[in-house]
Structure formats: structure tokens, C-alpha cells
Design a protein around this ligand. Structure first.
Ligand SMILES: NC(=O)c1ccc[n+]([C@@H]2O[C@H](COP(=O)([O-])OP(=O)(O)OC[C@H]3O[C@@H](n4cnc5c(N)ncnc54)[C@H](O)[C@@H]3O)[C@@H](O)[C@H]2O)c1
Length: 271
């Protein structure tokens, strides 16, 4: 059910690859709530992906940008402002790539060139996006920026590897830039720490299915879906959450604060 929560707002959505993507689900919800959007993804993902379908549904232009390329990001914000005929009200950063994980390398055997690339794509890119917007003065007062994180930033999940460090850095950038952009222009910046969802990025982690079942069993409300994450993002883009900034917000059905569930204890007793 739509409530026009984003009526008149204009946003940029990074990271819609296919219909399972958190960014894809969020794009649909934002438009349903009255927003106008621009979609963006890496040029290679645009060639492989199905984004044209989403663009047609959302009546949105697609502007390619590799998040590690400053010229691409400058072009993206400049063209988006031209398209909207004004500044931007919200940004979703839903981008990640674990290079060592992709190459099957464990946390104790990292290739550092891959590691730098992982940090650049998955974390420093948030700084790149924010700095580009800051210098171009592309965001309206009270704009809202969200990046997607995962609880491995705070607690150990062995197979999440270097991505845990990338998410910790991402959250730190959201806090640090949140201070500066808040003082400068009342822009708020938060991360959502989301439950596991079977997407291209999520499914790349070893043992993902077992882990997803475990998280479902551990969370009092069960795992939060990508559509529910999109709902939450809409509230954070809306004017109803204007004073929330520099936070890492758990959207995980209670997983983060559960020590153990009765279901998991029962499983242990069966062994
Ligand atoms: N799926 C999960 O279980 C889960 C849980 C918590 C957080 N997250 C986070 O949610 C975000 C979105 O992931 P998803 O699960 O929807 O998977 P996804 O694979 O659908 O999305 C990842 C996106 O990152 C894009 N990307 C990769 N390199 C890029 C680059 N250089 N420039 C621009 N874009 C680039 C990909 O093209 C893709 O669209 C990520 O930050 C991920 O870590 C996912």
C-alpha cells in the first residue's frame, strides 16, 4: 500500500542488477511512494543485467557509473540534476564486491590488490559518492543517503572474509561524512544492516544457504526480506525520519540482539 511518502522527491539508486537486488526492490517502492528516480550501475553490469526492464517500469533513465571512477560519478550527479531540473533528495548506495571471496581466497590468504579493490568498490565508494555530491552541491537540505551493511562489521562471520572489514569501513564513512554533511547542509547519512537475502552478491558467500536458515531460526521475527528492506529505506528517505543520522540501523528481525533462540537450542540437543 502506498502513502505518497516520497511525493516530489528525486533520488539516485545504485546497484539494481536483477529483480532480486535490494536496490531493484527499493527502486520499485520509491516510485510507488511518488519519487522520481535515476538508476545507475557499473557499465559491465548494465550490459549483463536486466536493468532496462526496471527502467521502463519506473520511467527512469539509466546513467552508467563505476563507483570507483570519479569522472563517472561527476557525470552521474551532473546528468541527474539536469534530468530532474534541480537537486537530489535521496541516494541509495547498494553496491558491493568481495574480490577475494569471488576468487575463493580465505581471510588468512588475501591478495592485497583484490583487497584494495574490495574496499574501494564496497566502502570507499560511499565516500566518493558523498564527496562528489558535496562538491557539486547536488543534494537538497534534509536529503537522506543510505548504504547497505551487514552485521559482520561488528561480529565475526568467518566466511564473510574481507567484506567484514569493508562493511566496518563503510559504516565509519557514513558516520564521519554524516557529521560533515549534517553540519554543512542537514544531510543525513545512515547504514542499514540487513538480514541475509539470496541475491547475486549475497549468494556469493560460502555456506550462504545454511547460514540463511540459521539466521531465520535465530531471529525472533525471522529474516527480513529485500521488499521489507525497501519499505524501511522508504521511511528513511521520507521526511518522517529527519533527525536520524550517522547510525547503523539493524533491519534483521531481531537477530543482532538475540544470544540464542529456543529453536537453535533444540537443534543442538538433537545432536
Ligand atoms: N544479500 C545479502 O544477504 C545482503 C545482506 C546485507 C547487506 N547486503 C548489501 O546490500 C548491497 C546490495 O547487494 P545485493 O544483495 O542486492 O546484491 P546485488 O548483487 O544484486 O547488488 C550488488 C550491486 O553492486 C554493483 N556493483 C558491483 N561493482 C560495482 C562498481 N564497481 N560500480 C557500480 N556498481 C557496482 C553490482 O553491479 C550489483 O548491482 C550490498 O552492499 C550488499 O553487501 C546484502
Amino acid at each position: 500500500m502506498a502513502h505518497n511518502l516520497l511525493k516530489g522527491k528525486k533520488g539516485i539508486i545504485f546497484g539494481a542488477l536483477d529483480e532480486k537486488s535490494i536496490a531493484w526492490r527499493t527502486a520499485l517502492r520509491c516510485v510507488e511512494e511518488g519519487a522520481e528516480i535515476v538508476l545507475t550501475n557499473a557499465p559491465i553490469a548494465l550490459r549483463m543485467g536486466e536493468i532496462k526492464k526496471l527502467a521502463d517500469t519506473c520511467n527512469a533513465p539509466v546513467i552508467p557509473a563505476d563507483v570507483t571512477n570519479m569522472d563517472d560519478l561527476n557525470n552521474l550527479f551532473t546528468k541527474s540534476m539536469e534530468h530532474f531540473g534541480g537537486k537530489i533528495d535521496f541516494v541509495l548506495h547498494s553496491v558491493a564486491m568481495g574480490m577475494n571471496i569471488r576468487k575463493g581466497r580465505s581471510y588468512t590468504d588475501l591478495d592485497y590488490d583484490f583487497n584494495h579493490k574490495t574496499f574501494d568498490i564496497s566502502a570507499i565508494s560511499l565516500h566518493r559518492v558523498l564527496q562528489t555530491a558535496y562538491k557539486l552541491d547536488a543534494l537538497n537540505e534534509w536529503s537522506s543517503v543510505i548504504a547497505l551493511s551487514y552485521i559482520a562489521a561488528e561480529r565475526v562471520f568467518p566466511d564473510y572474509g574481507e567484506m567484514a572489514d569493508a562493511k566496518a569501513l563503510l559504516q565509519s564513512i557514513a558516520r564521519s561524512f554524516g557529521y560533515h554533511y549534517g553540519v554543512h547542509k542537514k544531510v543525513r547519512i545512515n547504514t542499514i544492516s540487513q538480514s541475509p537475502v539470496k541475491t547475486t552478491a549475497g549468494g556469493g558467500v560460502k555456506g550462504f544457504d545454511g547460514f540463511m536458515t540459521y539466521a531465520e531460526e535465530m531471529s525472533p521475527l525471522g529474516n527480513a526480506s529485500a521488499d521489507q528492506c525497501a519499505d524501511y529505506a522508504v521511511t528513511l528517505f521520507s521526511d518522517l525520519t529527519r533527525m536520524v543520522t550517522m547510525q547503523n540501523l539493524f533491519h534483521d528481525g531481531g537477530f543482532s540482539y538475540t544470544g540464542v533462540s529456543e529453536g537453535v537450542v533444540l537443534q543442538m540437543e538433537k545432536q
